[in-house]
Write a protein that binds this ligand. Structure first.
Ligand code: BES
Ligand code: MN
Ligand code: ZN
Length: 491
């Protein structure tokens, strides 16, 4: 399906008219009623423009028109969710030619619309043998015309370009996240990154197991010990051409392709969801790809330590002490706190080899952050107020919410080890997301602009796509918005 911008014109094919639940709703409906051949009274009674409300009507000349409610004061995420649900629900009924009347709106609403339309075409049934045919609208025959006012054309075009770039990347990340562990190994992530780097002209280096041993990434290696599939460290680097001294942003993402818990094994009830324990990796690899596609004038380095966390005779055992890349020693109290252990090497590798101006890590790190914030926000951890403010601004813009939690030194007690430099778990069921952040802070090596995002509750969520939790693609929109904010601030 192709998405094009058009000026207001009589649409051929189906038409979607988004409607806000504003004070002027009654007037809007009164204006619409005659075209639909309806009485104003009936229309006002039957359509309240609640978020996601749909009223399907046929105009006098037979055109199918959907009124789509957006509720009151919708933000980008509301546009996205409303359109995603609409397209997901209606896709088999849509004609190949479709128009959306955006003439009453700002051009920048196009971003949420496009992300929603693309998202609504997503199909979770990756492995079903009786896959239904692609709905005609989502085939190459499909054309979506976004009708915008001429004075909004530039803003709309910009939003369209950015949203298309993000949407295509995000859909691939959904597939990677939703892939089960027998289809997805650390090397699968590395192959994806290498192919993407080739396509969008950025560099990808993959350290294999032998190289990890040679360079002594002992923390990552210790987590991978119990698995028969080898670990990798993926380094994806996008450097803009012709930009003098671009800002350098380092992103580190947890890439655990399956987390059994290791010897400290998890209970079985929700263990299958742990195929998605690479949401941080998806956000980081996706963001580097989008930055390269959009040719943002900023230097982005993504590092993904990737491994399985499995049980085996060779597995790391509770009490073991391992030496991280930075030379610091870690006492493994609980092998299920593996994310922070591999991130220790990811962060250490970034800091020692790339010296980024800003260092951000993302990880599906703790159940504790879900207990704290539920499924509505990721935890934001940083001692840097300015970085916290800019990330929060990006979060509010995109609706990929962040909420800041403390990283006071009072919590350092939790990760003090008797026998090693640090331990990976306090042994207590309190403030688990915070002590995990304090652990990571050690391996950021006092970086002045480090932030950790615990996305455990956000990477996988309930949605219209299926009955079980499934991938959201969380983090790409957030990080791209963040990059755009710091680019705007610099000017
Ligand atoms: N991958 C999990 C965290 C997680 C839990 C992500 C639920 C998504 C949903 C992580 O590796 C983990 O197992 N964390 C433990 C740490 C604990 C043993 C200190 C946890 O949160 O229970
Ligand atoms: Mn774990
Ligand atoms: Zn994990």
């Amino acid at each position: 399906m192709n998405i094009i911008l058009t000026t207001p014109s009589p649409a051929s094919g189906d038409l979607i008219v988004p409607v806000l639940q504003s004070d002027s709703l009654a007037d809007q409906l009164a204006r619409l009623a005659p075209t639909l051949g309806l009485s104003t009274e009936v229309l006002q009674r039957d359509f309240k423009a609640e978020a996601k409300e749909v009223l399907t009507v046929y105009s006098q000349n037979g055109q199918k028109i959907y009124l789509l409610g957006l509720g009151n004061d919708p933000q980008e995420m509301d546009w996205l969710r409303t359109f995603r649900k609409f397209f997901f629900d209606q896709k088999r009924k849509l004609s190949a030619m479709l128009a959306i009347d955006l003439t009453s709106f700002d051009g920048n609403v196009v971003a949420g619309v496009v992300l929603g339309v693309r998202g609504g075409g997503y199909d979770l049934k990756l492995y079903q043998t009786d896959k239904p045919e692609t709905p005609v609208f989502y085939t190459d025959a499909g054309i979506l015309s976004l009708q915008v006012n001429p004075d909004q054309h530039t803003a709309a075009q910009e939003a369209l370009t950015r949203a298309e770039a993000i949407a295509h990347t995000q859909l691939q990340m959904l597939d990677l996240m939703n892939a089960p562990a027998n289809y997805k190994k650390p090397q699968t992530l590395a192959d994806w990154a290498a192919a993407s780097g080739n396509q969008f002209a950025y560099s990808v280096t993959v350290l294999d197991k032998a190289e990890l041993e040679r360079q002594k990434l002992g923390a990552l290696l210790s987590v991978s010990q119990g698995s028969d599939v080898p670990p990798v460290l993926i380094i994806a680097e996008y450097k803009p051409e012709g930009v003098e001294n671009p800002r350098k942003v380092g992103l580190v993402g947890k890439g655990v392709t399956f987390d059994t818990g290791g010897v400290s094994i998890k209970t079985s009830s929700n263990m299958h969801l742990m195929k998605s324990d690479m949401g941080g990796a998806a956000a980081v690899l996706g963001t580097v790809e989008v930055a390269a596609k959009l040719k943002l004038p900023i230097h982005v380095i993504g590092i993904v330590p990737s491994t399985e966390n499995s049980t085996d005779g060779r597995s790391t055992k509770p009490g073991d002490v391992v030496t991280a890349y930075s030379g610091k020693t870690i006492e493994i109290i609980d092998t299920d706190a593996e994310g922070r252990v591999i991130l220790a090497d990811g962060l250490g590798y970034m800091v020692r080899n790339y010296q980024p101006d800003v260092l951000i890590d993302l990880a599906t790190l703790t159940g504790s952050v879900i207990a704290t914030l539920g499924y509505h926000a990721a935890g934001l951890f940083t001692p840097n107020d300015e970085l916290a403010a800019t990330l929060t601004q990006a979060a509010n813009q995109t609706g990929e919410r962040l909420w800041r939690l403390p990283v006071w030194d009072a919590y350092t007690e939790d990760i003090k080890s008797d026998v090693a430099d640090v331990k990976n778990y306090s042994g207590k069921p309190f403030a688990g997301a915070i002590s995990a952040a304090k652990f990571l802070e050690v391996f950021s090596e006092k970086h002045p602009a480090w932030a950790h995002l615990d996305i455990a509750g956000m990477a996988f969520a309930d949605s219209e796509f299926g009955s079980q939790k499934n991938a959201t693609g969380f983090g790409i929109r957030l990080l791209i918005a963040y990059l755009q904010l710091i680019l705007a601030k610099k000017e």
